[in-house]
Design a binder for this molecule. Structure first.
Ligand SMILES: [Zn+2]
Length: 470
């Protein structure tokens, strides 16, 4: 919310505000709120977010910030809290997170996963990063705006939802459909700050691939194992799976991915004047983008995580067959998880699969599918996010296409620009603890998270005029 001229002044004012805060105290407060939240077991399934939502409501109450619960089912609770801006015509900035967590097996962990233990400078527990850590940073940053009486034009809307880990039907989907949510932009999980080879970098995400989960069933003839025959469903299934897994279902350096790299990386670099016009040409031709996708795929041979950002992927995740050592069963089945790039249709992929398998004894059943979702990399909100985080720490900002999916898709379906950026700098080891063992967040990261979130909030909600006189 600023003109070009005052931008530097605004940046300076916001960084003055941020550096005037007593960060040690805010750190203690954030740690305590996160520990409390971790101690509420919101494992999904079955999912019960009520106590966690109450905890956040109490936190907001202590600063006289109003909030309300949205209940999709008994115990399936999301919380919404508004900090009103002066201009009610402006659409709110949405701070999104989720309250539920994936299961944790205490036997595998080095601390009890729902203890919220503080050890070696870390808060430990399921949800410490995903997503209670984010929920805390957003809540504390919002409360700071209120506490410091910073004048905001745009409303800040905090939304922490139920049921993200099981698809969002009882959380984000319900909230978006029943609360008539509008927004200037959503900041959510998805991308993250990272430490790669010892160097810090922002890896925000502007879009997500679409999942397609398919069940493949092979029908054959049962019989005694001592008399093998060719109608064995296991053989039929194995042959189909091996054909499918060797197929290229499309590789592409997608349009918005190129645009994102152009706008946020190339244009600001030394080579920008030469490379940027080239990228604009590449971006316009699907054929060229596909060739680039093939080249990148080959170059990234040793980096499957990056390869997945330029290709439609397929993983065989479950195989089920047989019930006795010496009996050939009648049926065998497998489940495959396919992730499609923006612009690719499920229908085409399934048709291609049928053609490759070319066997009437094989049938396909769709278990789950969602469309890919993207927000434009050129949105004012995304540019503001970059400016805001680089004002705090001037590390490189490299947009990515996420290979997983988040609740952002429900907001994108309502044309609300949504971006994923956990405001932490995580090592690969720390990233692996999300949905894994010994999930934890360093206290240092938690403080940085509140700082970065506050900066994102201020750059998107204050006006230059109000803030300079503040
Ligand atoms: Zn999450």
């Amino acid at each position: 919310m600023q003109g070009k001229n005052g931008k530097e002044e605004l940046r300076k004012k916001i960084s003055d505000i941020i550096s005037s805060i007593r960060w040690n105290e805010i750190g203690d407060e954030s740690v305590s709120l996160l520990r409390d939240l971790i101690r509420v077991d919101t494992t999904n399934p079955p999912g019960d977010e009520y106590e966690a939502a109450i905890l956040l409501q109490r936190y907001f109450n202590s600063f006289n910030i109003e909030s309300r619960m949205v209940e999709s089912d008994p115990k399936r609770v999301s919380i919404i809290s508004d900090l009103k801006g002066e201009d009610t015509k402006l659409k709110p900035l949405i701070l999104l997170s989720h309250l539920d967590v994936v299961p944790a097996n205490p036997k595998e962990w080095s601390v009890p996963p729902f203890s919220g233990e503080v050890k070696n400078g870390y808060v430990w527990g399921r949800g410490a990063i995903d997503c209670k850590g984010l929920a805390v940073c957003e809540a504390v940053a919002m409360s700071l705006v209120k506490r410091l009486r910073i004048p905001i034009r745009r409303t800040i809307r905090y939304i922490s939802v139920a049921d993200e880990e099981m698809g969002g039907e009882k959380g984000a989907k319900f909230v978006v459909e029943n609360e008539n949510i509008e927004g200037f932009g959503v900041i959510n999980e998805g991308g993250t700050g990272a430490i790669l080879n010892g160097k810090k970098i922002y890896l925000p995400c502007f879009g997500e691939k679409g999942p397609l989960w398919l069940k493949i069933v092979a029908k054959g003839k049962s019989g005694h194992a001592s008399m093998p025959h060719k109608e064995n469903p296991n053989l039929i299934l194995l042959s189909a799976l091996s054909k499918i897994s060797e197929t290229n279902f499309g590789r592409e350096f997608t349009k918005n991915f190129i645009k994102a790299i152009d706008v946020h990386v190339v244009r600001n670099s030394k080579m920008g004047t030469i490379l940027s016009p080239l990228l604009s040409i590449v971006e316009k031709s699907k054929a060229v983008r596909k060739i680039l996708g093939e080249i990148l795929y080959l170059l990234l041979q040793s980096k499957p995580k990056l390869q997945a950002m330029v290709s439609n992927t397929l993983s065989i995740t479950m195989i089920k067959s047989g019930y006795k050592e010496n009996v050939i069963p009648e049926e065998a089945e497998a489940v495959i998880d396919i992730r499609l790039l923006p612009g690719y249709s499920y229908f085409d992929v399934i048709e291609k699969m049928k053609a490759i398998v070319n066997d009437p004894r094989i049938s396909f059943e769709i278990l789950t599918m969602h469309q890919f979702s993207e927000s434009s990399p050129e949105e004012e909100f995304f540019l503001n996010i970059r400016y805001a985080v680089q004002s705090v720490y001037n590390y490189p900002f490299f947009p990515i296409l996420a290979t997983g999916f988040t609740d952002s898709r429900f907001f994108r379906s309502r044309n609300i620009p949504s971006y994923g950026l956990l405001p932490f700098f995580l090592t690969e080891e720390e990233v692996a603890t999300m949905h894994g063992i010994d999930e934890r967040i360093s206290i240092e990261n938690l403080i940085e998270g509140v700082k970065l979130m506050l900066s994102i909030i201020l750059f998107n909600t204050v006006s230059e005029k109000d803030i300079l006189g503040f």
